[in-house]
Design a protein around this ligand. Structure first.
Ligand code: SF4
Ligand SMILES: [Zn+2]
Length: 289
């Protein structure tokens, strides 16, 4: 057992405060934590269990060779040790092949989409599907303050205000019973603190970056913000504060234009367009059992 430092106690307290501040969890919520084997999702899974919430974990194996093999091994070991029920779903069983293969098929159709975009859409689809099936009240993700500041800047530089309206500690705009709400309890926690906590707690996690993320636009923005923060220490916090100050207004504007969800014409899952993003990418998603 690891003896907790003052830093670790403060870290956990900050997360409790974030949950309260944004009213993220109700007492009877069953939580499904989406875990990847990285420090962020492992840390939030651990802290939520420690705070007494009813947690289960789900991991989507996107099959990136040794990288995901090692992550899966770590997640299994961690959940066993913490006595947390773990659900494992693989891209092969859900979509018939690995992420890399799916991305190369999509590129061969002339769509220049990055791995992370495809991975994000297809993983979210499965997590929502299983969260509903498992009757989870909320899906918890490991997104942190750095992720949120980066995503905001990425959208800003692409002039995508509507995408920024979908951010926040409870992301999304349109509520629908087929969408299990997602929450980000690490919303105000920096990546640096999460790494420090994870190392202090000796979590079995990999600290390197995913090999498929090498070409991601996010890397440019991450480096830019990290460099800026050397001279302007609170820059990421200020970006997130700015976002929070404007979020309600942006959501209202988007809701006015796109007030309701459709059922995807192909797979019947909820979608803002006639055909959901997953079916657009894959042609058709055969629903997992
Ligand atoms: S870094 Fe990108 S490709 Fe790798 S697991 Fe995350 S979203 Fe998927
Ligand atoms: Zn669909």
């Amino acid at each position: 057992m690891v003896l907790e430092s003052a830093f670790a106690r403060q870290f956990e307290k900050n997360i409790r405060n974030t949950i309260r501040k944004f009213d993220l969890i109700s007492v009877d919520d069953k939580l499904l934590v989406a875990v990847s084997g990285g420090k962020d999702s492992t840390a939030i899974l651990y802290v939520l269990k420690k705070l007494g919430y009813a947690v289960e974990a789900i991991t989507i194996d996107v099959l990136i060779g040794n990288y995901t093999k090692q992550n899966l091994k770590n997640i299994k070991e961690f959940c066993k040790e913490q006595d947390i029920k773990l659900h494992i779903v693989s891209f092969r069983e859900a979509y018939g092949s690995s992420l890399c293969h799916i991305v190369s098929l999509i590129k061969s159709k002339g769509w220049n989409l990055q791995s992370c975009t495809v991975c994000g859409v297809l993983r979210r689809y499965l997590v929502n599907f299983y969260a509903r099936k498992l009757k989870a009240g909320k899906v918890v993700t490991g997104h942190n303050l750095d992720d949120e500041a980066q995503t905001f800047m990425m959208n800003l530089f692409k002039n995508k205000k509507e995408m920024n309206a979908r951010l926040g500690p409870c992301p999304g705009i349109i509520r629908d019973s087929k969408f299990v709400p997602r929450i980000k309890p690490l919303y105000l926690t920096s990546e640096k603190d999460i790494e420090k906590y994870s190392k202090e707690m000796k979590f079995p996690v990999k600290y390197g970056r995913c090999p498929c993320a090498i070409d991601a636009y996010r890397n440019y923005i991450r480096n830019m913000l990290d460099n800026l923060e050397k001279d302007y220490p609170n820059i990421k916090q200020n970006i997130v504060k700015y976002l929070l100050n404007n979020l309600d207004q942006w959501k209202k504007e988007v809701l006015k234009q796109k007030g309701k969800l459709n059922a995807c014409k192909k797979c019947k899952e909820p979608s803002r367009s006639e055909v959901c993003r997953a079916c657009q990418l894959l042609g058709f998603v055969k629903k997992p059992n």
